[in-house]
Design a binder for this molecule. Structure first.
Ligand code: ATP
Ligand code: MG
Length: 424
């Protein structure tokens, strides 16, 4: 893509209301722009990154045998009355009336809708086990939206729901999803941990969270230094008794093995065994071989938009974002500098640009009429992994200057070696 055609939206100044680095950088790099508290536009570069997150999730869900559907964002409030969650969910649930005075809400999650949908869709045990998922906008009227898309009111979530005949089946479906989540977070390339969690207002028995480790994380996690014990610290009894969390560090692990260490995390995924909670209360019945049963359900969420912020929180420096390879909005930037021989340099850039495109390398050619400093700053704040620098010197020499996002200085490579250096 040519930068002259791209709506970049980068800005130099730090946004005054952005408390954490990912929020600052998402605004400065032109990924998002605020519309209202906790509500954002995604600009072209931001949308490209979000799409990459979505694609990785979608691929792993499909590989795990889950089937993609799309449910409505607007849900009848009556379903939430039937499940009893309308009061329990509280003010995070935005309820409104249509012109006929019917009450609706904006979906913060979709257990009610999916269970209702499956009432006509799943009739025989022969259809089970089945897992359905969607990637869709959620709305939660968070009491304190903050940190940009990290805790926003409108956000993109992947939510999946499994249906099984019995508990053994549920255990299996849960494990398949857990493994798919591990693949997703490994592919994205984040430093994350899986911890035991509280099932909150969703309900159900077992539940685990996936956390990206970062000092700015809102959750406190406790790990044993000798075993695999890992939990969201809000589950520890000391905390429930109202003790200061920092007194948890150094205590004996509840499994009796090792000492607890504390770290902060950003919750990016949450998986639950729901059991029969929704199938019973909303009366979803499936004909098994000899009788009608309420299926065992599981539900599995990933915060797609929060992942973008979490990835930045974990990967940045004072110049800007350093994307994990999997999420970089472009692989390479071509920057033209100080062109005395404007025409020849432009031709050289075009030649390299075509070479990149032919090799399916996602390239941004910064052909704007701007100072080199502006172009370098933009490439750095956006976090493009490699920059190719084309100037008068390139024409005179047989070598080309390239600079990795984290390199101090550019290095010279021959024309023949250029591709090999990029593809590596
Ligand atoms: P939190 O404790 O952070 O509020 P939650 O337990 O309410 O999260 P779930 O209901 O499990 O979240 O939703 C699934 C995923 O959606 C979460 O793991 C998180 O990544 C994401 N998510 C939840 N709330 C928000 C929000 N307000 N903004 C962005 N992402 C969110
Ligand atoms: Mg929440």
């Amino acid at each position: 893509m040519k930068a002259s055609h791209l709506i970049l939206g980068t800005q130099r100044e730090n946004p005054s209301d952005a408390e954490i680095i990912s929020h600052q950088l998402m605004i400065k790099a032109g990924l998002i722009r605020q519309v209202s508290s906790g509500i954002y536009n995604w600009l072209p570069i931001g949308k490209k990154v979000l799409q990459k997150v979505e694609d990785i999730i979608r691929k792993e869900m499909n590989e795990a045998g889950a089937q993609e559907i799309l449910m409505p964002m607007v849900q009848p409030a009556s379903l939430w009355e039937s499940s009893g969650r309308i009061d329990q969910y509280g003010k995070e649930l935005l309820v409104f009336e249509d012109r006929h005075e019917n009450r609706f809400c904006l979906g913060p999650t979709h257990e009610e809708i999916i269970t209702d949908l499956c009432k006509n869709l799943l009739t025989s045990y022969k259809q089970l086990p089945v897992t359905l998922y969607q990637i869709q906008t959620k709305f939660r009227d968070e009491i304190r939206p903050r940190f940009g898309v990290m805790r926003s009111r409108e956000f993109l979530m992947k939510d999946a729901y499994s249906f099984d005949l019995d508990k053994t089946g549920l255990d299996r479906s849960y494990q398949v999803m857990k493994e798919a989540y591990i693949k997703v977070f490994n592919k994205i390339g984040l430093d994350y941990r899986i911890v035991k969690a509280d099932s909150g207002t969703i309900g159900g028995s077992d539940s685990e969270e996936f956390h990206v480790l970062a000092d700015s994380g809102e959750d406190l996690l406790a790990f044993s230094d000798k075993s695999t014990y890992a939990t969201n610290a809000e589950l520890l009894t000391e905390l429930q008794d109202g003790q200061d969390p920092s007194t948890l560090e150094g205590k004996e692990s509840p499994d009796g093995k090792g000492i607890l260490k504390l770290k902060r995390g950003i919750e990016v995924g949450h998986i639950f065994k729901l059991g029969k909670k929704y199938s019973e209360i909303l009366n979803l019945k499936i004909q098994s071989e000899d009788k009608e049963i309420n299926p065992e359900m599981g539900c599995y969420g990933i915060g797609a938009s929060r992942i973008v912020a979490a990835a930045i929180e974990q990967n940045h420096d004072d110049k800007g974002i350093i994307w994990p390879e999997s999420l970089a909005p472009f692989e390479v930037a071509i920057v033209e500098v100080n062109p005395k021989n404007k025409r020849e340099i432009s031709d050289k850039c075009a030649e390299i640009y075509d070479l990149m495109k032919k090799n399916e390398i996602d390239v941004l050619w910064d052909n704007r009429e701007k100072r080199p400093g502006v172009k370098f700053n933009d490439a750095e704040v956006i976090g493009i992994p490699l920059t190719i620098i084309i100037g008068d010197r390139t024409l005179e020499s047989k070598e080309i200057e390239i600079k990795g996002r984290q390199d101090e200085k550019p290095k010279l490579v021959s024309h023949q070696d250029l591709l090999a250096n990029i593809i590596d």
